[in-house]
Design a protein around this ligand. Sequence first.
Ligand code: PLP
Length: 381
Amino acid sequence: MDHKYSHIINHLGEDRERYFNAVAPPIMQTSNFKFESMAEMEKAFESERSHHLYTRGNNPTVSILSQKIAALQGTEDAIVTGSGASAITCGVMPFVQAGDHIVAVENIYTWAKHLFDDILKKFGVEVTYVDGRNTDSLLAAVQENTKMIYLESPTSLMMELQDIHAIGAFAKSKNILTAIDATYLGIHNPACIEAEMDIIIHTASKYIGGHSDVIAGVICGTKEIIDQIFSPTYMTFGPSVSPFDAWLLIRGLRTMEMRIRHTASSSKEIIDFLSDHPKVDKILHPFHESHPQHTLAKRQMDKMMPLFSIVFTEVEKSALNAFVERLNLFQMAVSWGGHESLALPLTVDNHGEDLNLVRMYVGLEDPKDLINDISNSLALL
Ligand SMILES: *Cc1c(COP(=O)(O)O)cnc(C)c1O
């Protein structure tokens, strides 16, 4: 952990002398804030983001968190939302209108796809989906009315990457906004900043919360971008996070780097075991040498993040279901990024063809125990 990171997670944004020198910040569980004069109140109405007026807009506990989030991502500003899905909605909606076009990559997060296909479509915004691995075809899908390129790198089922540096440079030259769901990369990862992504979205329900007990999301960008998101979209939809959940997220951040470091090392052990196993056809993990985009992954990532998919030699759905049902330590559940290991049998659209795979998330348990668990269940596959 470097000095800057250590300062951010332990101290940035925390004015301890303002609350009795408490080491942990208070949970300001209040909906509203009182004023001594009308002049003060008017100032707050004018810039609700930088004053304490009403918790839907701003709250002291939440703002400790958003300052840390912006600093970790390396952006001027950030806003916290009540879910990753609402971060996607609020990160996209303010920037498009009827007649506009979005280029998005295939296999994006389910509810991002619903935003595009079911909601934005109703309001006259069109979306073209492209194979994000092929930068040329992605850029070729850009039209005269393209306002935004929407990325998710890597995608969280097929683990496919986009060359975000090339796409970012192209988009800047054409004045097209780029939005990226960068949850997999992690908020500490500088790749999105280096690639000049405009709107950087993470769900905080995964690594940031880290304990499978909070739903939240974040959007990072310039102050101008975040201000545009704040009013009217964010204030109208109202997806603010509760002060208590913000407090849990601050607590989650304190150990995030250590959790990611631990799971990077466990994931490596587990993937080494799996890749030698005769019943495993392929491991889909960007940071594994066998991944077709491994070189690109090394430019965009610095660690073996703990989420990957397995394609087995046996691909019958019922056999994969049974494999996961037999696991004891890997729990069958959606989501990832918590303390607990997870496994999920899925049928994924592999560019037009159905593919049965098992998505695995490596938690904080002892990697030897996790390997035993997988090994026992694989023996019956
Ligand atoms: C889970 C997830 C989301 C949605 O986040 P929620 O907090 O569950 O709304 C978005 N993107 C990715 C990549 C995810 O894994």
